[in-house]
Design a protein around this ligand. Structure first.
Ligand code: ZN
Length: 600
């Protein structure tokens, strides 16, 4: 008898807790389903391209819904407490549907969401442009489909509202109550964990990027929050950097000793140098670069690192003349391509990541600098307007429009070995070499067939990259030229633990930074360059073992290009006898050398 009273008390407490959600289930569910447009998009993508749905897509969808669940529960709780319940509900539905139509419109026409770019466009578009925009897009097939989906959703909501009471009374029975309570508790806990990033303090874009990688959710609330913050920080940092670049390119004091010289900078992506045969990998993944090394034309640097394991912030530091070890931020000193431009160089930028994941914080933050209209106008001579599935085609595309110039630098930013390694090389007999069994792997229990397959794809993507680099060198064999190749950061590919890609845990270990921050750095001199500038070619050979961090790349580029400016500093130039390497501070303050030498 007593037990049953306890049971009843337990049940009635549960019932009271879930009551707002049970009573207003159509509203609650509508919020959950309409505030995760990106999840619907990836669901559709997998449906269409793979004809099967990986479980991860559903898990991702539930995770994305969890942040919304917290907000939705709060709202239905308020709705049940406030007067004028019907009116308030109608207003919320109207807002939800406006949002849903906009989200579907963006998704169906542009495959995008509330990204920083979209918000910026909205903020910058004037009335004339927007009416023209609407006239163009209102009849597009995507818009029609978006409206059809929204109409269907509305129909479902109307039916749900009509059945609201009967379903609510069913849900109030003992078993459904317990199930609802358990599901809701799990969703809310997950949502609070993922959603606490919405109230965390942020001091920089880097803070935001780290939070994004750790508490990733693509629901509308999280997306709007990070897009608005991204815009705020970007404006501050990029504004300063762009101003400095334009000032340098137009009024700086820079001269060039050479009157005919060409340079190439190749920025690779997620390159784990230990998977290159140049750095000791047992499979011949870099045969063409090894041949250049054996001819005495290519210098392989053995101790180069990147200051972060993220694309945007490493490239911003790489292209600016700041030195992290001297406490300088990337946006406090000008970009060195602007210095070269001022010294008479023609600068081209061919970026294969220009359209890549443009909705993510990192891409927005990098592109707003690399492709700032003022920089495109004042610093570059030409930039690419299309991207290619494979890096080799981007290189071909560049040289298809290439004409000889006296002083020219081209910067290639490749897709390299970015995650999804199997998509980074063409699946033809040239690149489908080796078998999973031939892949060198640690003798560890986690190395199974699937992981071997991923490692094989990484090896093939590295081999393809080797050919892409060689195809660039081929254009300069008879010219006075120097080609510098490095990666934005490293990568893990099941090297010493069951993990691939990059770890954004702030507690770094020696192994983590060895693999994720260690980068390849290769410098190729054409035979003509070697002959004409023997001192510089010799300096390369001497410096190959020096500690180097990619934030100081600019000093090396200016010196190899024989550019003189007030920014040149021999103590920061790895190729100069006066080089005094600053402490290699990674992730804003961690001493790389101390970490890798003191701990195993
Ligand atoms: Zn990267």
């Amino acid at each position: 008898m007593k037990a049953s009273t306890n049971d009843n008390r337990f049940l009635s407490t549960l019932r009271a807790l879930v009551r707002p959600v049970v009573q207003e289930w159509p509203l609650w569910l509508t919020m959950l389903l309409t505030l995760v447009p990106v999840s619907w998009q990836s669901l559709e993508y997998h449906w269409r391209w793979f004809h099967e749905l990986p479980a991860g897509v559903f898990v991702g969808m539930v995770c994305n819904m969890s942040v919304v669940a917290v907000v939705a529960t709060l709202i239905v709780w308020l709705v049940t407490k406030l007067p004028h319940r019907r009116l308030i509900k109608t207003l919320i539905y109207v807002l939800l549907f406006v949002q849903w139509v906009v989200a579907l419109f963006l998704m169906r026409n542009f495959h995008t969401s509330y990204t920083p770019e979209v918000l910026q466009l909205l903020a910058e578009t004037n009335r004339g442009e927007s009416s023209e925009f609407l006239r163009t897009w209102i009849v597009a097939p995507g818009t029609v489909r978006a409206l059809m989906i929204a109409g269907f959703t509305l129909l479902c909501v109307l039916i749900a509202e009509a059945k609201r009471r009967s379903v609510a009374s069913f849900l109030s029975r003992p078993v459904p109550t317990i199930l609802t309570a358990v599901t809701l508790a799990a969703l809310l806990l997950q949502g609070l964990w993922l959603g606490h990033k919405l109230v965390m303090p942020y001091h920089s874009l880097y803070d935001l990027e780290i939070a994004e990688t750790r508490y990733h959710s693509t629901d509308v609330i999280s997306t709007l929050h990070s897009s608005l913050l991204t815009l705020k920080f970007q404006r501050q940092e990029t504004h300063k950097a762009v101003e400095l670049a334009v000032k340098e390119a137009t009024t700086g004091q820079a001269t060039c000793e050479a009157d005919s010289l060409e340079m190439v900078l190749v920025i690779g992506e997620s390159y784990n140098k230990r998977h290159s045969s140049l750095y000791g990998y047992p499979l011949e993944t870099s045969p063409l670069m090894a041949a250049e090394r054996d001819k005495g034309l290519l210098t392989v640097f053995t101790d180069a690192i990147a200051p972060y394991n993220l694309t945007s912030v490493t490239i911003q530091n790489m292209l600016s003349l700041n030195s992290i070890g001297h406490g300088e931020k990337w946006h406090e000193l000008p970009m060195w391509p602007a210095v070269m431009r001022r010294a008479g160089w023609q600068i081209d930028l061919w970026d294969n990541q220009r359209d890549f994941m443009v909705g993510e914080t990192f891409a927005a933050s990098l592109n707003s600098f690399l492709f700032a209209p003022e920089i495109v106008q004042q610093v570059y001579h030409a930039v690419n307007d299309t991207v290619c599935e494979f890096d080799g085609d981007l290189v071909k595309h560049y040289y298809g429009q290439w004409k000889p110039a006296a002083l020219r630098l081209v910067i290639f930013h490749l897709m390299g070995q970015h995650t999804d390694y199997g998509s980074r090389y063409p699946h033809t007999t040239d690149w489908e070499v080796w078998t999973p069994d031939e892949v060198p792997a640690a003798a560890a229990p986690y190395i199974d067939a699937r992981r071997r397959g991923i490692m094989l794809d990484y090896a093939r993507a590295t081999l393809y990259n080797d050919a892409v680099l060689a195809s660039i060198l081929d254009h300069y064999r008879d010219r006075d030229a120097v080609v510098v190749m490095l990666s934005d950061h490293g990568e893990e590919v099941y090297d010493y633990r069951d993990f691939m890609e990059r770890d954004h845990n702030p507690d770094k270990t020696a192994q983590m930074v060895r693999y994720e921050n260690g980068i390849p750095l290769l410098v190729w001199c054409s035979p003509v360059y070697k002959q004409r500038h023997q001192d510089r070619a010799d300096a390369l050979t001497r410096a190959a073992g020096q500690p180097f961090m990619s934030d100081c790349l600019g000093q090396m580029m200016l010196w190899l290009g024989m550019v003189n400016s007030p920014w040149n500093d021999s103590t920061r130039n790895v190729l100069h006898p006066a080089y005094r390497p600053a402490r290699r501070l990674i992730y804003g303050g961690l001493d790389y050398d101390r970490l890798v030498t003191q701990r195993p």
